[in-house]
Design a protein around this ligand. Structure first.
Ligand SMILES: C[C@@](CO)(OP(=O)(O)O)[C@H](O)COP(=O)(O)OP(=O)(O)OC[C@H]1O[C@@H](n2ccc(N)nc2=O)[C@H](O)[C@@H]1O
Ligand SMILES: Nc1ncnc2c1ncn2[C@@H]1O[C@H](COP(=O)(O)OP(=O)(O)O)[C@@H](O)[C@H]1O
Length: 320
């Protein structure tokens, strides 16, 4: 470490896609019991967390140049989520709660360079918050998988614990139950390939849940889990399900435009991720995914890119 430089930790925080999402019940607290299969993909924000000798938390958050250009292109035409200021950032809340919960006297400074579209159902804010908690834990010599840390993560947001990965080692997919905060890693038989399209309109997760309906006979994720073990794109594609798809489509007209465009491509199957607005197609390999992404990008329905499944990695200590 350089002299006078406070200790810092950096982490690439991945996005996620929901391959399966079923609603089981509506709870008295307004949340929904669900069963969802999530996979981490190689679209990352980068977060750097440093200790500070002041007793507060400050967070800077900005788009990396490529994503900034996408946001700028659509600004004003549609509601593309603007990035929250420091005090409204989920990372600020996460680090403040971390200080309280673990009685940390030092403050934190965090910088987030974003590429994950916001309000897209890709879990960007949750992944940033998980990255911040994991980085802070490393800086304060607290175990990444300390139960108190995971408890705090689940309280801050239903999707945050997924982005902690598994204490048993590399994890790229998991089944999440409860509100989404109870995580069981699942095996996948090989790298999964996707094309992802994010339309120029964000969707509010709370609004989509307000409009959703719990089915009287919920579907089970068992067939999706079996398909993932097999690792065959066609079988995985045949088991896609998202119970939030209908309320998401009712919330943003862009979603049907995107789904129709993806339907005209040779994907193996497609659906909305999470509460939207992004949608994805399952592809047989990387070459097909990138050719379809190129064609969809030209279709004027938003930003299209190829992606594949990745392991959720450990934070790295920064030496400078
Ligand atoms: C829909 C999903 C699918 O993975 O992802 P996104 O689309 O947000 O990425 C998640 O369930 C979103 O999780 P997350 O974004 O962490 O939600 P939270 O901050 O905990 O809750 C936001 C709001 O969504 C509703 N909510 C969330 C989770 C849940 N199981 N039931 C709910 O009803 C509640 O109204 C809550 O006020
Ligand atoms: N670090 C962050 N990055 C992005 N959005 C954030 C962040 N912190 C708070 N937010 C707020 O959370 C909302 C949803 O975040 P995001 O995770 O991107 O979407 P989703 O829940 O659809 O996956 C954003 O619209 C934004 O207002």
């Amino acid at each position: 470490m350089h002299a006078n430089q406070p200790p810092a930790v950096e982490i690439n925080t991945p996005a996620k896609l929901n391959l399966f999402l079923e609603l089981l019940d509506r709870r008295a607290d307004g949340f929904h019991e669900l069963e969802t299969v999530m996979v981490a993909i190689n679209r990352f924000d980068r977060i750097r967390v440093a200790l500070s000798d002041t007793d507060d938390v400050r967070v800077e958050c900005g788009w990396l140049p490529h994503q900034a250009a996408v946001v700028e292109r659509y600004r004003g035409s549609q509601a593309v989520a603007t990035l929250p200021r420091s005090q409204d950032n989920l990372v600020t809340r996460a680090l403040e709660q971390f200080r309280q919960r673990f009685s940390i006297a030092d403050g934190f400074r965090a910088t987030i360079a974003k590429t994950i579209p916001a309000g897209a159902g890709m879990g960007g804010a949750s992944s940033d918050a998980a990255g911040a908690l994991r980085a802070a834990a490393q800086l304060c010599q607290i175990d990444q998988h300390d139960q108190r840390l995971l408890q705090l993560a689940g309280e801050l947001g239903s999707d945050i614990p997924f982005f902690f990965g598994s204490p048993q080692g590399s994890m790229s997919a998991a089944i999440a139950t409860g509100r989404g905060e109870q995580i069981d890693p699942v095996s996948i038989g090989g790298k999964l390939h996707f094309v992802v399209v994010h339309p120029p309109e964000s969707v509010s997760t709370a609004e989509v849940y307000r409009r959703c309906q719990v089915p009287s006979r919920p579907s089970s994720a068992a067939a999706m889990l079996a398909a993932l073990v097999g690792g065959r794109g066609t079988q995985i594609a045949s088991q896609l399900l998202n119970r939030l798809s209908e309320p998401a489509r009712a919330t943003s007209e862009w979603i049907d435009r995107v789904l129709s465009a993806i339907a005209r491509t040779p994907v193996l199957g497609y659906q909305v991720t999470g509460s939207g607005s992004a949608c994805f197609g399952v592809c047989p390999n990387a070459a097909v995914a990138s050719r379809i992404a190129h064609n969809l990008q030209a279709a004027g329905i938003g930003s299209a890119f190829a992606a594949h499944s990745v392991c959720i990695a450990s934070p790295t200590r920064d030496l400078g």
